[in-house]
Design a protein around this ligand. Structure first.
Ligand code: SF4
Length: 86
């Protein structure tokens, strides 16, 4: 399955509200430090973001999590156009 979107997650600024994990438990899990982990992501030392690519099938739930995050630290980017959707 083609990975068509990129997710960038600014874990430093997560306030642990848990909405992402409630809306998208396949991709987010609350860690012991009360912040969310983006499951399967890798840390980009240059940007300080956790990054992961997702498929079209994962898109809707990722957009719900990103839009539901009260501090908007989850970003979804269209890989083809480079457009930041959230
Ligand atoms: S919804 Fe946002 S602030 Fe809350 S746990 Fe998820 S990433 Fe962190």
């Amino acid at each position: 399955m083609a990975k068509v979107y990129k997710v960038e997650y600014d874990r430093n600024n997560c306030i642990g509200a848990g909405i992402c994990a409630a809306l998208n438990p396949e991709n987010f899990k609350i860690n012991d430090d009360t912040k969310a982990d983006l499951i399967g992501a890798t840390f980009n030392e240059k940007t300080g973001m956790w990054e992961k690519e997702i498929t079209e099938e994962e898109y809707e739930k990722m957009m719900a999590a990103a839009g539901g995050c009260p501090v908007l630290v989850i970003h979804v980017i269209d890989k083809e156009t480079g457009e930041r959707l959230v």
